[in-house]
Structure formats: structure tokens, C-alpha cells
Design a protein around this ligand. Sequence first.
Ligand code: PXL
Length: 272
Amino acid sequence: MSISKRILTVQDISCLGQCSITVALPIISALGVECVILPSAVLSTHTGSWSGYTFRDLTDDMPDIIAHWEKYGEKFDCLYTGYIGNAKQLDILIDVRKKLLKEGAPIITDPAMADHGKLYKGFDLEFVKKMSKYINGSDYVLPNITEASFITGIEYKEEYGEEYIKSLISGLKDIGVKNVILKGVSYQPDKLGVCVSDGETYQYHFEDKIPAVFHGTGDIFSSVFTGSFVNGSTALEASAKAARFVCDAMLNTNGKEHTYGVNFESVLKKLF
Ligand code: PXL
């Protein structure tokens, strides 16, 4: 019987909203990998579709949870971070890297903090600065174009060519990232995809563009990517699997009735 690998994911619990931990858990489990969670915050909903959401910051609990695991010598096969509650938690994550990872465990960072040219509610430029430092040393960083532009300080563009994409990747490499999976790249109106780069080679995976915008698709992408990568796929294979899964989930969502996330549950079986 094989021993399951364990991914430690650090992101929020949006109780209602199909993002962060509530998508990471089912997706990583469906991929046959154990998903251990260190929640950064508990929100009643994600911040994108509702106002007046509750926000319980879990910063003070995190060191105690880490210390408890450390006492038992628990170590994980991958650190996968997503939406982080505040800048102080990024210091705690540096500690997690030192204390809770097996030798060679990949550090996969989704700097989930912005989209469509704007920061999510609750984030500011101080947080961006801290995130730019935190991603130094990540094996894989999975930003969308907005996040890459905030992190590198390069102007955000909606119309661009390959030179612009290469400049964002080069900016991330300069910060100390080993590999970039840049999400939401489009050179043709009907295609949308990802660029996988180590700063020297640029590989792409494109899907047909679906003319709709949903919350949580970036988190779903990153969860499928991480689970598949830990299972032995290459970064390009994991990206292709993740992109196809996101498209399947979007195509199975009635955007008029279901507006806050995608109905990924209806296609989850494709990951088994
Ligand atoms: O999907 C990213 C995300 C995660 N967690 C929370 C969010 C968002 C995006 O808005 O609000 C709480």
C-alpha cells in the first residue's frame, strides 16, 4: 500500500463561496493526496460577491498550531499557500518553511491578492511589498497578470504581446522565484491560458476562452496544479490539467443562477 503524500495548504476558510480551502480540500483529496490545512482566517463569505462579511483573523493561533505539529515531528511534502490574512502571517510562513517541510519539498505560492487590475478588498501596497519578499525562494509562483504586475511594479496591461509577458516573468525571476506559472495569458481574442517559465524557456497551454468571469477559478487552478505536481506531473502537464478542469467547471456553471463561484463539484470525478 502506498503512503499518501501530504500537502500543507495555508489559506482562508470562506465558509460560503467555493474558494480557498473549501476548494483545495476536495480537489487535492480527489487527486489522492492528503490535504493538511493551516487556516489564515475564517470569513462568512469570500470578499468578492457580498458586503458585510465577517473576518476572524487566525494569526495568533498559527504559531501554536505549528508548535504542536513540530512537537510530534510532523513534516510535509509540499507547502502550498493561497489567500493570506495579513502581512504578519507571511513571517509565520517563513517559519513554516524552516520547521515543517521535508527536505526538497516544493514551495508553491499563489499570491492571491488581486485580479482585473485591482487589489482585493483588505489588501494594500504594504502587503504587496511583503508578498514580493515572501515569494523569494518559492519553487513555483502562480500569479495572474494583475498580481504579477503589482509584485514587479510593471504597469498592468490588458492588451499586450509576448514581450510584456516575458517582462513580468523576468521581473519575478529577479525577485528570486525559481519558476513562474503565469495565469490568464491571452494573445488571441478566443484563447486564454498559462505561460510556464523558468525564465529561459516559455511553454504555453491555451484553452478556448469562455466569455464569463467567476470567483475562485484561480484557487481551483492552483489546487489542481499543486495536487497534480505533487503526484509527479511536470509543471506544464499540471498546468494543462488545471486549465482544462477550470474550463470544465465553468462550462458546468449556470452563471445566471450561480454567481459567486463555479460548480466544480459536478466535474470533480474527472480528477480521480
Ligand atoms: O479566490 C481568492 C479569494 C480567496 N479568499 C477570499 C477572497 C478571495 C477573492 O476575492 O475574498 C476571502
